[in-house]
Design a protein around this ligand. Structure first.
Ligand SMILES: Nc1ncnc2c1ncn2[C@@H]1O[C@H](COP(=O)(O)OP(=O)(O)OP(=O)(O)O)[C@@H](O)[C@H]1O
Length: 319
């Protein structure tokens, strides 16, 4: 049922603006009395700008219609304004990966997703702030789902789609083949709480949500509203004989395995030495490289339209 206090702004990635199912769903909702304004992006940056202005323009809800990159831009736009001036975020997934929408259990078809966004309640979730430092410069960006680093980021940002799909299913059963294909690990020092660890890592995942790269579940126990990041470290190995142990550990995500460490922390910093390569990162689908960065949870920073039964909400914790 429409509620006259709710005003929706749909921010549609311009490349999907002619999506017939979305057009039909918008028309149908308007016919039923919903107040919906639609804005399409022309280029990168537009979605963030529209989202930033949404509340001051009288919108209570912003629906990001696009892939993970569009959702990420909208989140960044909303985080530019004060907490009490952030419109609630909804998602109509129109990308190729749609990792966040998939893992929280939102409908993937545009019509059903818009209907859901119009009916669902906003749940407060954590947002993660990533501060990258280079010399005296600091760059801040936010994400709601996951940042992957090292080998994982390269896989998610540069591996052909086919390989991604294979990875999505059996995940790291393919690690060996990939390793032979491109042997690379990244050195750095990680600091979190009172701990510090220097390591050569194949993969680092910093999850608020659970999956990235089009279906790779790298933070299987993550909750969106627990004030913590789920951290996955996968250490490098030196011989193929070590692979079965590594692959086995990737089924269980042990807290202190030989290669796999899985833990939670509210904040974590990664630094590299001058002769180390900057880390390739993929932040909610967007590739970048940093030498030194800190990720920190901003607790319950954003209201997001999610299914009541979403497994990533603490209220649905069965333990
Ligand atoms: N009108 C447009 N045409 C083409 N690209 C656009 C347009 N507007 C914005 N963009 C770009 O689209 C990117 C976001 O794409 P989006 O995440 O929505 O789709 P995707 O990459 O197919 O999805 P996924 O990340 O799920 O694979 C932004 O970084 C932005 O630069």
């Amino acid at each position: 049922m429409s509620d006259s206090r709710k005003r929706y702004l749909l921010i549609v990635n311009g490349k999907s603006s002619s999506n017939p199912e979305l057009r039909e769903a918008v028309q149908s909702a308007r016919d039923r009395g919903f107040t919906i304004t639609v804005r399409a992006t022309w280029e990168g940056g537009d979605a963030a700008e529209f989202a930033e202005k949404a509340f001051s323009e009288g919108f209570t809800h912003v629906i990001a219609c696009g892939g993970d990159g569009t959702v990420n831009e909208v989140v960044n736009g909303l985080m530019r304004v004060a907490h009490d001036q952030r419109a609630a975020l909804g998602i109509v997934p129109l990308g190729s990966a749609n990792d966040f929408a998939t893992s929280v259990g939102l409908p993937l078809a545009p019509g059903a997703a818009l209907e859901a966004a119009l009916e669902l309640r906003a749940h407060p979730i954590d947002v993660v702030r990533l501060t990258a430092e280079s010399g005296d410069e600091q760059a801040i960006s936010y994400y709601v789902n996951m940042t992957t680093g090292g080998f994982g980021a390269e896989v998610t940002s540069s591996t052909p789609k086919m390989l991604k799909r294979m990875l999505g299913g059996g995940a790291y059963s393919l690690m060996g083949a990939l390793k032979a294909w491109r042997h690379k690990s990244y050195r750095g020092t990680l600091h979190w709480q009172e701990r510090e660890e220097s390591a050569s890592l194949l993969l680092l995942a910093l999850g608020n949500g659970r999956q990235s790269g089009g279906g790779q579940v790298l933070a299987p126990r993550a909750k969106l509203d627990d004030g913590r990041l789920d951290v996955l470290l996968v250490k490098d190995f030196s011989s193929v004989w070590e692979l079965p142990t590594l692959v086995g550990e990737l089924q269980d995500f042990p807290s202190e395995g030989r290669y796999v460490h899985y833990f939670t922390a509210p904040k974590l910093t990664v630094t590299t030495r001058p002769d180390d390569e900057p880390w390739p990162l993929t932040l909610d689908g967007e590739p970048r490289r940093h030498e030194r960065f800190t990720v920190e949870v901003v607790p319950l920073a954003l209201g997001v339209l999610l299914p009541e039964e979403c497994a990533l909400l603490s209220a649905n914790d069965r333990h």
